[in-house]
Each structure stands twice: as structure tokens, then as C-alpha cells.
Design a binder for this molecule. Structure first.
Ligand code: KG4
Ligand code: ZN
Length: 341
């Protein structure tokens, strides 16, 4: 089937056309995946401004839809279903995608599929890994989410652990901001860390014993305190060393909690996805962890880690086959309830 998918949960508007064939979508092809980023606009404010995000999605979405269809060589006649991220995210941003997709599905009489953004991130891993099949564990790390889930079936995500405070991407971005890097600083922190000494500064890496949850706000505060201390003493700051030491603490914390979960569940397959899964150091450390524990690791390639429409199409395929169809009363929800699913 051919799915036209929309993503507008935060600061990227993205529209994709994907072909998904076979009973469980074994053959998957991204025919187009067009993204308009708002980063330059939000960078002026040091973070995403929800009102501006909603307006920018509104401006971009129709043009991107035409672009995605024409890049795939298709018109609405060729589309079998319309999919859209409905939760979680910034509600004013989500509403733009939801309303656009609803209008399109209604006027062309196509089935409408609502997709959870976090599930979509994990589903991005299917494209380049045709052997990936549920059950598996998924660690989704992004600017708004950090969650470890047991993916029992392609549509049933059982929460195992989640951040108790900041998402890991938020800790990257806020620490980067204090280092004077432009928003969002995650990718630049990655580059700086490669040139720094990870043992130069000892930052705390939280390991929440007795749970598989994460915590990154203490680490973020430790970076602030370190930088304030340097400023007060008039000491120079080596940004590379701060980035490298911060990244080491993130990697230690994530792998410690993964280890605890593995000891409990003995999972054999792990998906690592979300914007932060683009981080070269985390990819390496989680790769090492999986090799040492005999776990098969699946990671989307870097361009599919950040928010994109194709990941929504991949998850929509399974939702459709489970009969999870939305209708014209579909609404956007900032959070998906107590758990993010
Ligand atoms: O998944 P995503 O595009 O949007 C959300 O759902 O939040 O993730 C964006 C986050 C931002 O915090 C960004 O700084 C972070 O992913 N990010 C990175 C890297 N590339 C993007 N963080 C660390 N290292 C990277 N290479
Ligand atoms: Zn995301």
C-alpha cells in the first residue's frame, strides 16, 4: 500500500510517501520524504516557540505535500491511506498536521491513520532492517522524549523506563546553550565531544537503582554549576572537554540503565532511535553494549533519526493492519496519557 504521512509535532514539518508491501510490510520503500525545518527561526530565541512553530507548519504544509507527491511521481489518486502524528508533541503544532491530514482524507475519501510520534521514531528502524520484527526493545531518545519500551507487537508498546525529568536531547540542548552554541546544540556537542577529553571533568551520571528510568536534570545542573564556577574564578573553559565529559556521563547513564533492563528482561533485539540516536558516541557505546550482551542492535541511519514523515508512514502501516483507523473527530493530544503510549 502507498501511505502519505504527515509529521508536525515540534519544529520540523515533514511529508512522506512510502510504499509498504507484504503481510507485515516486509518490503518498504521511501518514495519521498520532504522536511522543512524551523531551526533557524527558533534559534533566534534559543528554543522552540510553540506559537511560531504552529504558524510555520501552517505556511509549509501544503507546499511540502505537493513536493512529496510530485517527488514520488504520484497524485492523491495513487494514495491508499493518509497518516499523521496525533500525539505527543506541541498541541498547536500537532493540530496543523492533524487538520491538514483530516481534510485531505475526507476530501479524497481515504482512510485516516493516527500515529504516536514515539512509536514512529522506533518504526524508522524498519526501513533499513527488513529482518526487524517484534518483539523487541526500543530506546527512543529525542528532544522531548527518553523512553525504553517493550515492543510486544508492532503496535503494542509496553513502557519499561522513561526519563523522570529532562529528555536527553533537552539536556544536550540546554548544556550546549550554556556553552554558547546555537539551538539545537546536540549535533554540535557531538562534534565538540570528538575533540575533547571525556575524563577531563567528572559529571554525575544518574543510575536510578530498582527502576529502568532515566534522569538527566542533575547532569544538566552540574554542567551549569561547572560553567558558573569557571566564570567566577576567571578560569577558561575548554568546550571540547565539557562536551566530551558531558557525553560520557550521558553514555554511562544510558548504558547502566540498559544493562539493568537487560538483566531483568534478557532482550535479544534493541532499536535505538530518535533525534539523539544520531549521536556518534551514543551509537558507539550502545553498539559496544549490544555486542557484549549478544543483543542485535537496529538503528535508523542518521537522516531517519530526526523527525520525518517516513517514520510515521512505517508505523501507520501496522496501525492500519490492526484496524486502528481514525475518523473526522481525530484530535491532537500534547501527551498520550500517563505513559506516552
Ligand atoms: O527526534 P527529534 O528530531 O525531535 C523530537 O522529537 O524532539 O530530536 C531532536 C533532538 C534535539 O534535542 C537535538 O539536539 C538532538 O535531537 N540531536 C542530537 C544530535 N542530533 C540531533 N543530540 C546529540 N547528538 C546529535 N548528533
Ligand atoms: Zn521526535
Amino acid at each position: 500500500m502507498i501511505i502519505l504521512a504527515f509529521e508536525s509535532s515540534c519544529d520540523e514539518t515533514s511529508v512522506a510517501v512510502a510504499e509498504l508491501l507484504g503481510d507485515s510490510g516486509e518490503s518498504r520503500r521511501i518514495l519521498s520524504n520532504k522536511t522543512a525545518t524551523q531551526i533557524a527561526t527558533h534559534a533566534l530565541y534559543g528554543g522552540v516557540v510553540p506559537e511560531i512553530a504552529g504558524r510555520a507548519h501552517t505556511e509549509a504544509i501544503s507546499g511540502l505535500c505537493y513536493e512529496a507527491l510530485s517527488a514520488a511521481g504520484m497524485t492523491m489518486k495513487d494514495i491508499d491511506a493518509v497518516a499523521v502524528t496525533a500525539t505527543p508533541g506541541l498541541v498547536g503544532a500537532l493540530l496543523v498536521g492533524v487538520n491538514f491530514a483530516k481534510g485531505l482524507a475526507l476530501s479524497y475519501n481515504k482512510p485516516l491513520i493516527a500515529v504516536n510520534h514515539v512509536k514512529g521514531h522506533a518504526a524508522a528502524a524498519y526501513y533499513e532492517n527488513p529482518d526487524l520484527k517484534a518483539p523487541f526493545f526500543a530506546l527512543v531518545a529525542s528532544g522531548g522524549h527518553t523512553s525504553l519500551t517493550y515492543v510486544k507487537t508492532p503496535t503494542e508498546f509496553v513502557p519499561v523506563g522513561r526519563t523522570r525529568d529532562d529528555a536527553v536531547g533537552e539536556a544536550f540542548d540546554k548544556s550546549a546553550r550554556r556553552l554558547g552554541l546555537p539551538y539545537p546544540g546536540g549535533a554540535e556537542m557531538d562534534r565538540l565531544a570528538s575533540a575533547g577529553n571525556p575524563d577531563a571533568i567528572t559529571f554525575p551520571s544518574a543510575a536510578l537503582r530498582g527502576s529502568f528510568d532515566f534522569s538527566f536534570s542533575g547532569l544538566k545542573t552540574a554542567v551549569m554549576n561547572y560553567l558558573n564556577g569557571c566564570a567566577q574564578k576567571g578560569e577558561p573553559v575548554c568546550r571540547e572537554d565539557v562536551a566530551a565529559s558531558f557525553t560520557k556521563a550521558v553514555c554511562d547513564s544510558v548504558t547502566t540503565q540498559l544493562e539493568a533492563a537487560w538483566k531483568n528482561y534478557r532482550f535479544e533485539r534493541l532499536v535505538f532511535a530518535g533525534g539523539v540516536a544520531a549521536n556518534s558516541h551514543l551509537r558507539r557505546r550502545i553498539g559496544d553494549f549490544c555486542r557484549e550482551h549478544g543483543v542485535k542492535l537496529y538503528m535508523p541511519s542518521v537522516p531517519l533519526c530526526g523527525d520525518n514523515g517516513a517514520m510515521i508512514a512505517a508505523q501507520a502501516f501496522f496501525e492500519y493492519h490492526e484496524g486502528h483507523l481514525a475518523n473526522s473527530s481525530l484530535n491532537a493530544k500534547a501527551t498520550a496519557g500517563k505513559s506516552v503510549f
